[in-house]
Design a protein around this ligand. Structure first.
Ligand SMILES: Nc1nc2c(ncn2[C@@H]2O[C@H](COP(=O)(O)OP(=O)(O)OP(=O)(O)O)[C@@H](O)[C@H]2O)c(=O)[nH]1
Length: 224
């Protein structure tokens, strides 16, 4: 049997110190959580479900089954002043489900409208959804435009400048994303959460803090 060494009591002290730190952590005030209903809209196969699967499970499938009706998920984004808990409706993009969309967007606080950068028709469809929400959704709805499949940049048919201009003219958050290579997936949700929190500050304190969403690019990644 080996002789006892000084290591054992030293280890004990370290554990005790950890406990003290943990006790101090427990007395912190609980994080404020803002619930937010968010809807994903866009043509079939643009990658709406894939973006969510990447965000929530950090996974990507080259073959992703088409959504039937709609699917529901929750995801919380933690910010400096609290957290936003997104209640997310992933709607089916196939035309036969279009009539269901108002049921989901009517009470939504936020929307991500997705198109595929390699398919111009899906961008036209995204523009249609923007107009539809501007007319029929909550007046304060935060809308983000996601140009997905950025990994297929070499065969793109929608130029970044064109989408950026459209987004700017319509007051949308805009990012190009890739569910496959995990680009701007967490970032687009974080940009919405930040804007939502800023709007809440405006409502409660009468202040409006303008934040540039491009500042957020590259600050965190769902792949890490
Ligand atoms: N290369 C590439 N393929 C992607 C990306 N995102 C999704 N896909 C592929 O595109 C196809 C459709 O993806 P989905 O996530 O099912 O698309 P959706 O918009 O949810 O489709 P619906 O459920 O029919 O509305 C799948 O084969 C995915 O693997 C991406 O960022 N890059």
């Amino acid at each position: 049997m080996s002789k006892p060494t000084l290591d054992q009591p030293q280890l004990f002290v370290v554990i005790m110190m950890d406990e003290i730190v943990l006790q101090e952590t427990n007395v912190q005030t609980p994080e404020k959580i803002f619930p937010s209903k968010l809807i994903l809209l866009g043509e079939s196969s643009v990658g709406k479900s894939s973006l969510l699967l990447r965000l929530i499970n950090r996974q990507f499938y080259n073959y992703q089954e088409s959504t039937i009706g709609a699917a529901f998920f929750t995801h919380t984004i933690h910010l400096d002043n609290g957290a936003v808990k997104f209640e997310i409706w992933d709607t089916a993009g196939q035309e036969r489900y279009n009539s269901l969309a108002p049921m989901y967007y009517r009470s939504a606080q936020a929307a991500i409208i997705v198109y595929d950068i390699t398919n111009k028709d899906t961008f036209e469809r995204a523009k249609y959804w923007v107009k539809e929400l501007q007319i029929n959704a909550n007046s304060g709805i935060i809308i983000a435009l996601a140009g997905n499949k950025l990994d297929l940049n070499t065969i793109r048919s929608v130029e970044t400048d064109e989408s950026r201009t459209f987004a700017h003219e319509n007051g949308l958050i805009f990012m190009e994303t890739s569910a496959k290579t995990c680009v701007n997936v967490t970032e687009i949700f974080k940009a919405i959460a930040e804007k939502q929190q800023n709007n809440a500050t405006l409502n409660t304190a009468g202040k409006f803090q303008i934040r540039n969403t491009e500042e957020l690019n590259g600050t965190l990644s769902c792949c890490k």
